[in-house]
Design a binder for this molecule. Structure first.
Ligand code: NAD
Length: 435
């Protein structure tokens, strides 16, 4: 059993803290957002993540998990301080490290015993050294015994608890092997490969992994666009490719492209790092450009099919950047909606979990209570996020509700033949279609 403090209670911090508590450690989760901590104390989750509410309640009840806004309280007995604050994009695409800096300073100000600082936030290569430097300088007069370990997080929103508990690997980077081994102990019960590297290599593994996954999606999307032109079906192409063990089937789903709180900012930050150090990240630039084009292309196809988007009613199913989360950061749906609204389209939209988050960003759209309400009077229905509840809709009902039976299946979720047999015009992504 170890004493752990997790700083930042977002998707990563809250899941990390709760899972470490569930593994038998004593965990204090800290956030500077008082409202968030107040809610957590009442058992109300600030984010939607399947299974989280129950796991938090269980561990709070068992006395292993607590929440605070007080640094002294959170760090009092901590052997490990995990940093899990946001690292959003800055103006030039660089990672904004202001929150990480604030945490480093707080640790320097509030700890008086040996501590291991473990960084879970995704940070540019060299940040671990920078954090150590901040702490060292701030404690110039009264040195603090500490080590910094990089421990990038690979969990996916929507299956975060499962991913934390069943990782493909744990990566730990540090110049202090003993500190890295102590962090490794926390993960031993998960029985997964643990890779220990130097700090900078661990930081790079995270960026390289995300950039590679984004590249796979942009790759299949480029193939999808070519398929559309040449009359092939990208879904079968992906199956055929994925059966090759050297390629594998994951991350080969053509669609509206990647979004979310990680891929866009991380690919941008990696490209920024590369340029800053004299490299020319041509592949990363292309990966981002292909991704932007997927949204533009859908708008173009709708415009072509409807003559114009001006005053057309477009229904959008799904707002979160992927299913099973309420996270709308850089969601393809939102970008698509803004592009269509710029051309005068009137948007009706529905999402099972993300409406509350999306509402302030979509002041002009009508947010509906169900997919059927979205379809009412629509000239086209666009599937943006493949939530389970959209898999089996009553399309006969939808056909009668729509003004014009056009379906743009942005996630290749539905059966084109079935929809066409009901009278719909069906467009998919990279499927030999009439659009
Ligand atoms: P988030 O925005 O959901 O949460 C960040 C939290 O940190 C917020 O609650 C905020 O109030 C808090 N915070 C900010 N400054 C603070 C401070 N000084 N002291 C205490 N708390 C503070 O972020 P997230 O999605 O959990 O991501 C955190 C990091 O993990 C990012 O670097 C991200 O790139 C990385 N990451 C995210 C995911 C993911 O799926 N979301 C996956 C892997 C890695």
């Amino acid at each position: 059993m170890s004493n752990i403090c997790v700083i930042g209670t977002g998707y990563v911090g809250l899941v990390t803290g709760t899972c470490f508590a569930d593994l038998g450690n004593k965990v204090v989760c800290l956030d500077i957002d008082e409202n968030r901590i107040e809610k957590l104390k009442q058992g109300i989750m600030p984010i939607y993540e399947p299974g989280l509410e129950q796991l938090v309640a269980q561990n709070v009840r068992a006395g292993r998990l607590s929440f605070t806004t007080s640094y002294p309280e959170a760090l009092k007995d901590a052997e490990f301080a995990f940093i899990a604050v946001g690292t959003p994009s800055g103006v030039d695409g660089e990672a904004d490290l202001q929150y990480v800096r604030a945490v480093a300073e707080a640790i320097a100000d509030h700890v008086d015993h040996p501590i291991i600082v473990v960084n879970k936030s995704t940070v540019p290569v060299g940040t671990g050294d920078w954090v150590a430097d901040i702490i060292r300088k701030r404690r110039a007069g009264r040195p603090l015994q500490f080590s910094v370990v990089s421990n990038p997080e690979f969990l996916r929103e929507g299956s975060a608890i499962h991913d934390f508990m069943n990782p493909d690997r744990v990566v730990l980077g540090s110049l202090d092997r003993e500190a890295a081994s102590k962090v490794a102990q926390l993960y031993l019960t998960l029985r997964c490969p643990i890779l220990i590297t130097d700090l900078r290599t661990a930081e790079m593994i995270k960026y390289a992994s995300n950039a590679f996954l984004a590249t796979r999606i942009s790759f299949i999307n480029e193939i999808a666009t070519i398929c559309e032109e040449l009359g092939a079906d990208v879904r079968q192409v992906a199956i055929g490719m994925g059966l090759d063990k050297r390629i594998g089937p994951a991350f080969l789903d053509a669609g509206l492209g990647w979004g979310g709180s990680c891929f866009p900012k991380d690919v941008k930050a990696l490209a920024h790092m590369a340029v800053l150090h004299g490299s020319n990240p041509q592949l990363l630039q292309a990966v981002m450009e292909i991704n932007r084009n997927m949204r533009r292309r859908v708008v173009m196809r709708l415009r072509k099919a409807l003559g114009t988007l001006n005053e057309k009613v477009i229904g959008v199913l799904g707002l979160s950047f992927k299913p099973n989360t309420d996270d709308i950061r850089e969601a393809p749906a939102l970008e698509l909606i803004h592009l269509m609204e710029n051309e005068g389209a009137l948007i009706r939209a529905y999402d099972p979990q993300a409406m509350e988050n999306a509402r302030p960003l979509l002041p002009k759209a009508i947010l509906c209570a169900s997919p059927y309400e979205v379809a009412e009077g629509a000239d086209a229905l666009v599937l943006a996020t493949e939530w389970n509840e959209f898999k089996q809709l009553d399309f006969e009902r939808i056909y009668h509700l729509m003004r014009n039976p056009l379906i743009m299946d942005g996630r290749n979720l539905w059966d084109p033949e079935h929809l066409r047999s009901l009278g719909f015009t069906y467009f998919g992504i990279g499927r030999a279609t009439n659009g």
